[in-house]
Design a protein around this ligand. Structure first.
Ligand code: T46
Length: 142
């Protein structure tokens, strides 16, 4: 049973130079999974929100490489909001966490590293279904 407590901010490496910085991310080393997919959210209009779903298996690392936004996390019991506004912090999300991304600043860019290729059947897009999945997962560990 995954919880919002497991959604943690990871310190990413930074190589700082007078001419600009680099943050490298390696699968299995800087993130706790092998990276199967990378995608990014950009040109998000003011007031828009993204997410509004959970994933059955997918693990992710979210990084705000430009600007800022809030990630609202929900494990069916507890809700927590994490603001991402630094390119050297990554928010690790295990599977079965409901998430909503909101309050994007103008020009914000969110890079997502994902543990699996895109698969629509991995999505849980209805909150009631998500709660049902959490109950089933809890019963399996009992
Ligand atoms: C999350 C936030 C941060 C694809 O065809 N391939 C892909 O790899 C992705 C991510 C999306 N799509 C298609 C599927 C949908 O028709 O793009 C459309 C929107 O996708 P989605 O509902 O995933 O978009 P977001 O921005 O609401 O959510 C995504 C992640 O899926 C989600 O897990 O945390 O970015």
């Amino acid at each position: 049973m995954t919880t919002v407590e497991e959604c943690r901010l990871l310190d990413l490496p930074t190589i700082v130079r007078a001419e600009g910085n680099i943050t490298p991310i390696e699968g299995g080393k800087h993130v706790p999974f092998e990276i199967a997919r990378v995608y990014y959210l950009y040109d998000v209009p003011g007031g828009a929100s993204r997410g509004g779903h959970a994933h059955k298996q997918l693990q992710q690392l979210l990084v705000s490489v430009m600007g800022s936004f809030d990630v609202v996390l929900d494990d069916g019991f507890t809700r927590k909001t994490v603001r991402l506004d630094r390119a050297y912090y990554g928010l690790y999300l295990p599977n079965l966490i409901w998430r909503e991304l909101e309050n994007f600043s103008s020009g914000a860019i969110c890079i997502v590293l994902a543990s699996e290729p895109y698969e629509e059947s991995d999505y849980i897009r209805e909150y009631a279904d998500f709660i049902q999945h959490k109950k089933s997962a809890a019963e399996m560990v009992r």
